[in-house]
Design a protein around this ligand. Structure first.
Ligand code: 13P
Ligand code: ZN
Length: 276
C-alpha cells in the first residue's frame, strides 16, 4: 500500500487525466485541489513526510484552518499526473490561523502547489461555508469554448448564463444558479482569488474571461461533470453561431418557460434573476 493506492488520490489523478484528454490542459495549464475528509487524512498520515517550511498566503480563511488539501503542482503538466503523482501533486496542511500552508507529502524536488492555490483556498472556504461542508473540489481548466465565448459575448453573469442554459436542455438542471463571470485579470494572486470568491457565494462555476473555467463541487465526478457540461454548451453555442452566419439570433431556441418547466419537473430552484 502506498499513498498512490488511496481512493481519493486515484480519483484526483483520474480527473487530471480526463481533463488533459479533453484538450483543456496545454502545457501546465489548469490546476486541481481537493479537501480531504478526516478519514482520508487518517489513512494518508502514515505516508506523510517531514513537513516543509510554512508558506504564508496572501489570503486568510478561518473556516478551513487546519484542513488538508491535495493540490497539483505549479508548472506541472496535467498529462503527467497519472504516471507520476509524487512528482506532480502533493498534500498540504493549512495552519491554525488559515493563512499559511506547508507540504506534508509529494511535490518532489522542491515543487510548490499551484500558483492559483490562494484562489483555490479562498473559494474552498466560500464553497464549503455555502454547502455546509459538502463541497471539496475546486477545478480550474483552460476550456477553449468558454475562452472563445469570452471574446464575443458581453462579460456578464446573466448573459453568459442564459446563453449556456439555452444550448442544451439539461444545462439548467446541472447549474441552476448559473455561472459568474470574472473579467480578464492577472492570474495567480490574491486579486483573482478575491474576485472569484465573491462570485462563489452564488455560483458553482465561474468563467475567467480569456482564461478558462473555475468550478466547485462535492466530488470529482460532479465537479468534472459541471465543467464538461458548461464547456460543451459553450462549444455548441459557437458552432451554432458559426452555422448561423455569425449571428446568435437563432431560428429556434429553448424558451424561458421551457427553462422554468424543466426546473419545476426536476424539483430544482432556478436563479430567478436570470429568467424573464
Ligand atoms: P500552475 O501551473 O501554477 O497551476 O498555473 C497554471 C494556470 O492555469 C494558472 O492559471
Ligand atoms: Zn489558468
Amino acid at each position: 500500500m502506498a499513498m498512490e493506492d488511496l481512493a481519493f488520490i486515484k480519483g484526483f489523478c483520474r480527473l487530471c487525466d480526463d481533463g488533459f484528454k479533453q484538450g483543456w490542459h496545454e502545457r501546465n495549464g489548469g490546476n486541481l485541489t481537493y479537501r480531504m475528509t478526516d478519514d482520508e487524512v487518517a489513512e494518508a498520515k502514515p505516508f506523510f513526510e517531514e513537513p516543509r517550511e510554512w508558506v504564508k498566503m496572501g489570503v486568510r480563511g478561518e473556516n478551513l484552518a487546519g484542513q488538508y488539501f491535495v493540490s497539483t503542482g505549479s508548472g506541472k503538466y496535467m498529462r503527467n499526473v497519472l504516471e507520476d503523482p509524487y512528482a506532480n501533486i502533493g498534500i498540504v496542511e493549512i495552519n491554525e490561523t488559515g493563512d499559511a500552508f506547508h507540504i506534508v507529502w509529494g511535490l518532489a524536488n522542491g515543487a510548490r502547489p499551484t500558483s492559483e492555490f490562494e484562489s483555490h483556498y479562498m473559494n474552498h472556504c466560500v464553497a464549503a461555508a455555502r454547502t455546509d461542508g459538502a463541497d471539496r473540489v475546486i477545478y480550474h481548466a483552460h476550456t477553449p469554448g468558454i475562452i472563445e465565448m469570452s471574446f464575443v459575448v458581453p462579460l456578464g453573469d446573466r448573459v453568459f448564463t442564459r446563453i449556456l442554459w439555452q444550448m442544451m436542455t439539461e444545462c439548467v438542471v446541472v447549474f441552476p444558479t448559473g455561472v459568474g463571470v470574472v473579467p480578464w485579470m492577472v492570474p495567480g494572486g490574491p486579486a483573482i482569488a478575491e474576485a472569484s470568491s465573491e462570485l462563489m457565494q452564488t455560483y458553482d462555476a465561474i468563467v475567467w474571461a480569456h482564461h478558462g473555467l473555475f468550478a466547485a463541487g462535492p466530488d470529482f465526478d460532479t465537479t468534472f461533470g459541471l465543467a464538461h457540461t458548461v464547456e460543451k454548451a459553450a462549444e455548441i453555442y459557437l458552432a451554432a453561431r458559426a452555422a448561423n452566419g455569425g449571428s446568435d439570433d437563432f431560428l429556434n431556441k429553448i424558451s424561458d418557460k421551457g427553462l422554468r418547466d424543466t426546473c419545476r419537473d426536476f424539483g430544482i430552484k432556478i436563479n430567478e434573476a436570470f429568467v424573464d
